[in-house]
Design a protein around this ligand. Structure first.
Ligand code: BDR
Ligand code: CA
Length: 305
């Protein structure tokens, strides 16, 4: 089993990423940590707790992390995820309790004390990971593999920048320069991971709580994408960062060096991807087999409560 920490800002697609990990027999979720992003930190933490309940993640710590980016003002995405960060399904009061410790302390503790090296999957702004790099580089150095959803050769929040990187570009810059082995699922690949009416109908037929929750999430997500981006089939970004860990053979990668723009007036948060270096330190996913990607998600949804 791959031991993982899921760092996220749920968020519709973050929750689907969590379900994919939780329902797969090869993944062992050691903690869920939250960050400000799609909604404010109180809401992303509440949403993570609801998702943990739905996925039956009893006993897995859910820890709240950074409530603000390192330097810039908080950026949220209500136009996609609604005011709650998770509009669509009814959100019950969670029974899962939030950890007392800060997310960064929880990550540090797991990384230092786990017998195996741990993978971190980050599907929100990279504030917590950057704080960990600064607080305890030795613990950050024990991350076996950091799988990120973020960036790309085009933007969705500005013409140049993807939301997660734009929301805290200074943090992203620290993380990409950290030397941690990184896989990056940017918009180039996540815009191939499209939901469709056929996928949604298949999910609706699965008689688990997690599948019904996902059905309601996708229903909202699809309408939001149509209104905000005029895209009929929404890209379901965050589960890509889980799928690359579970089944890298579904993806095509390019090695590259990735820098993050933090000074540009019109390009703040852009990822500058240099694939010319023979052996770049970042594995950038550029292609995914969409049918097999959804098969993987559906199988996890079947395995959950
Ligand atoms: C990313 O931004 C968020 O809105 C999604 O959850 C995803 O992580 C896509 O740009
Ligand atoms: Ca996210």
């Amino acid at each position: 089993k791959i031991p993982v920490i899921m760092d996220m800002d749920p968020g519709h697609d973050d929750v689907i990423a969590l379900f994919l990990a939780a329902g797969h027999p090869d993944m062992d979720i050691r903690a869920v940590t939250t960050v400000s992003g799609n909604a404010d930190i109180g809401k992303t933490t509440r949403n993570a707790l609801v998702a943990a309940d739905t996925a039956g993640l009893d006993g897995v710590p859910v820890a709240e992390g950074a409530g603000r980016p390192l330097i810039r003002r908080p950026e949220h995405a209500p136009s996609i995820h609604g005011e709650s960060g998770l509009d669509g399904p009814e959100l019950p009061v969670p029974t899962h309790m939030v950890e007392e410790r800060h997310a960064v302390d929880v990550m540090e503790d797991i990384l230092l004390h786990s017998e195996e090296e741990v993978t971190v999957i980050a599907t929100g702004p990279l504030t917590n990971i950057a704080l960990l790099c600064r607080k305890n580089p030795k613990a950050a150095g024990r991350i076996r593999h950091l799988s990120i959803m973020g960036g790309g050769t085009f933007g969705n929040w500005t013409p140049a920048a993807e939301f997660n990187i734009y929301a805290d570009a200074e943090a992203a810059e620290i993380v990409f320069a950290s030397g941690i082995p990184i896989t990056m699922c940017g918009l180039d690949v996540t815009h191939q991971a499209l939901s469709s009416q056929a996928v949604v109908e298949r999910i609706k037929e699965i008689p688990t709580m997690a599948a019904q929750f996902t059905y309601e999430l996708l229903d909202h997500f699809q309408r939001a994408y149509e209104e905000r981006f005029d895209l009929e089939l929404p890209p379901v970004h965050d589960p890509c960062a889980v799928a690359v860990c579970l089944q890298p053979s579904l993806f095509t990668f390019e090695s590259a060096d990735v820098k993050v723009e933090t000074a540009g007036k019109h390009t703040y948060g852009e990822t500058v991807i240099d694939a010319s270096a023979a052996e770049g330190p970042v594995q950038v996913a550029v292609k995914v087999d969409n049918d097999k990607f959804w098969d993987l998600i559906l199988q996890s949804l079947k395995n959950l409560p």
